[in-house]
Design a protein around this ligand. Structure first.
Ligand SMILES: N[C@@H](CCC(=O)N[C@@H](CS)C(=O)NCC(=O)O)C(=O)O
Length: 224
């Protein structure tokens, strides 16, 4: 009997982009060979990993020699390969364009989160207030996206929802949602929690622990 070639996902459990891929794979029942890469130990900068992914980011997917980097590209690839025309990423021109536009928005959201975290990893003790505002502005935008339905692209759950919710939980204690102005966003966050596998993949304790670690770094950085 020949074995189906394995699809390997290089990932890190706490990474929001990695989580969105694991969530999509679990939702579509796609078996992935999960290989954890520890960024804190520099495992993403080894010559072997850089050969696979010169951008040295997680997640990265290796489907029998076809390497795809970037969570959004990976999720689109997995849908098109294993669940073509699934409602998560339908082929309809307009629906897909709308999902793509939200996925690009998510890349902006993630970049704003990185602007907050990276200086702390590099020894800074403060997150500039302006940069926190840039993230909270994304909550306003998500609220506006939700004007048209229960999910970010209307009433169907799509790849855009998986991407944005994972990033939300990466930063929510530093950039909390103002409940008074974000009723739709709060309901969407609750709705996302009802999705099968959600809390197994998006481990809230792990997310909180990571954000506590960032606070700890801010305190210890300020003593130097
Ligand atoms: N837009 C990328 C972002 C990936 C990304 O930056 N991942 C972080 C971890 S959450 C990473 O790998 N950082 C290490 C680095 O950039 O060297 C995606 O969606 O995959």
């Amino acid at each position: 009997m020949t074995m189906a070639p394995k699809i390997t996902l290089y990932y890190m459990p706490v990474s929001p982009a990695s989580r969105s891929v694991v969530l999509v794979a679990k939702t579509l029942n796609i078996q992935l060979d999960l290989r954890e890469i520890d960024i804190s130990r520099g495992e993403h900068m080894t010559p072997e990993f850089l050969k696979l992914n010169p951008q040295h980011t997680l997640p990265a997917l290796d489907d029998n020699g076809t390497v795809i980097i970037d969570s959004h590209a990976i999720n689109a690839y997995l849908c098109d390969k294993f669940a073509p025309n699934h409602s998560l990423y339908p082929k309809d021109l307009v629906k897909r364009a709308q999902i793509n536009s939200r996925l690009h928005f998510d890349t902006t959201l993630y970049a704003r989160i990185r602007y907050l975290y990276e200086p702390i990893y590099e020894g800074s003790s403060k997150m500039p207030a302006n940069n926190i505002t840039l993230v909270t502005k994304c909550w306003d935008i998500l609220e506006a996206f939700l004007a048209n339905g229960n999910f970010l692209c209307g009433n169907e759950l799509t790849l855009a929802d998986f991407a944005c919710i994972c990033n939300f939980y990466a930063i929510n204690s530093f950039a909390p949602v103002d409940r008074r102005n974000h009723a739709k966003l709060i309901r969407w966050i609750q709705r996302m929690g009802e999705i099968p596998h959600f809390y197994k993949v998006v481990d809230l304790e792990e997310s909180k622990a990571h954000q506590r670690y960032i606070r700890y770094l801010m305190e210890t950085n300020s003593t130097f």
